[in-house]
Design a protein around this ligand. Sequence first.
Ligand SMILES: [Zn+2]
Length: 58
Amino acid sequence: MKVLRCRDAGADCDFEARAETEEELMKLAAVHGKADHGFADGVPTEVATKLQSLIRDE
Ligand SMILES: [Zn+2]
């Protein structure tokens, strides 16, 4: 299971995404970023790159 925590990216946010694949995880992150962090046009590439480096395997 892959896990991505918004807090690890420096956001004051308790969101945590869990998915079987990195692709699915980034989809969840995009939905969350749009809903809660104002990324109306999707998560910017530089943010997505940072998030990918924060993904953990559990
Ligand atoms: Zn968040």
